[in-house]
Ligand binder design. Sequence first.
Ligand code: SIN
Length: 490
Amino acid sequence: MSAISAERERAVLDRVPKGVFVGGEWRKATGGATFAVEDPATGEALCDVADATPDDAVAALDAAHDTQASWAATPPRQRGEILRRAYELMTERADDLALLMTLEMGKPVAESKAEVTYAAEFLRWFAEEAVRIAGRWSANPSGDGRLLTMRQPVGPCLLITPWNFPTAMGTRKIGPAIAAGCTMVVKPAQLTPLSMLVLADVLREAGLPDGVLNVVPTSKAGDVMGPLFDDPRLRKVSFTGSTPVGKKLMEQASQHLLRVSMELGGNAPFLVFADADLDHAVDQAVVAKMRNMGESCVAANRFHVHESIADEFAARLAERMGAMTVGRGTEDGVHVGPLISEDQRGIVRDLVDDAVGKGAKVLTGGTDVGDRGYFYAPTVLGSVLPDADLLRNEIFGPVAPVATFADDDEAVRTANDSEFGLVAYVFTRDLTRALSVAEALEVGMLGLNRGMVSNPAAPFGGVKESGFGREGGAEGIDEYLAVKYVAVDV
Ligand code: SIN
C-alpha cells in the first residue's frame, strides 16, 4: 500500500525547475527540445526536462569561465557559508528531496533520505574545508632563499554525475569545487536529472553567485560534452560512472591535458574468514550487498567465504535476503526498489543465468518480480564456480554469489584477481590476519568487519581500473586545487 499520495508526488515533481541552468537563469534548451524522465517502478514518464544542446553547454562554459576570476577571489569564509546554508536547506527539505529521488531512481524512500543526509554532509564538510586551504613557507635546504607554495583553484570544471546516487555524487564534486573557488558545468545522468536540478536551485537559494554552477541535462551526452573538451577554457573533468566511459573521457581530456578525477567501476570482494563473527558478517553482508539494490560501485560483488563456513553463511544470507520486501520505493515496508532500467535488469538476469548454467545453486531469488517496472528478486547463489561471469563483472543488482577459499593466500589471490580495485570487505577477529590482508589487498578502500565505508570525512576512491583521485575527506578538495611554487630570493 502506498504511504505517499499521488498529489504529494505531483507537488514534489511540479516544484522541480526543468530547464537548463546557465548563468543563474533557468532557460529552455536551444531549439526547445525536452526528454522524458521515467519512474523505474512503473516504466511511466514522470515529467519532461529540457534537453540541452552543444550550444547550451558552450553557454554554460561561457558563464563558468566569465565567473571564475570573481569566484576565486571571493573570501573562503563566504564560499563556506554558502555551502553551510545549502546544507541547512537540504536538511530542512530532506523529505521532499528524498521522495523526488525515489520517484526518478527507485530506491525506497528511507534509503533516499539516507542519501540526502549523506549528500548534505558533503556540503557541510567542504564548508569547513573552504577556510583551510593552506600553503607553505620554508627555507631552501641550501639556505639560499625561501620556498613559497600556494594552492589555487584549477579553474572551470566539468562534473559528470551518475544515476545511482543522483544527489550525493553531485555534492561530493560540487562541494569541494565551490570550496576551492572553482566554477563548474554539471552534466547529470539522463536517467535521474531531477535531483540535480533541485540541488542547483537549493544552491542558488543559498546565495551561490550566478555562473558558479551551471547544469546541462541532456539525452545526448557525447554530442553535448564534445565542445567542452575541445575548449581550452575547461580545466578539469570529474566523472563517476563506468570504466569504459571513463576511459573515453580520459582520451577526450588528453586534448587539453585536463586535471582528471575518475570514480569508476568496482568488483568488491567480501572475504569471510573462518574465525569471523558469523552473525555480524551476515548483517554486514546485507548492508554491503543490498544498499541501493546493489546498484553501487562499492556494493559487495562477490562473497569469498572460508570453505568450513561457506554453506552456513550462504544459507543465513539467503534467509535474510529472501525475507526482504520488493516494491515501489514509496510504499510502506519496502526494502528493495526496482532496478533503474530494463537494460540493467537484463544485465543482472544474464549474469545469474550464466552462473547457474555453470553450476551455481539458487538459494533464493533468481527471477524478475511483478509485471511492470524493473524489479528483480534479492538473489543468493551458492557453490559459485570460478568461471562464472559475475565473479569478474560488476553486477549492479541485488545478487550475492558465494564462492569458497581454502586459506588466506587463496583469499587474497582471488580477491586481487580483478582489473578493479575500489573496495574490499574483510571479516575476521584476528588482528594480525586483518592487518596483513588489508596490506595485501589491491584496493583504495577497505571495510574491516564493516559492510559500509562511505563517509564524507573519508577519502573515497580506487586503484587499478577503478580510477584515481579521491572524493571527500581532507583529500577531496585537492582535486580542485593546483599548487603554485614561488622561489623567493631573500
Ligand atoms: C557509487 O556507487 O558510485 C558511490 C557509492 C557511495 O558513495 O557510497
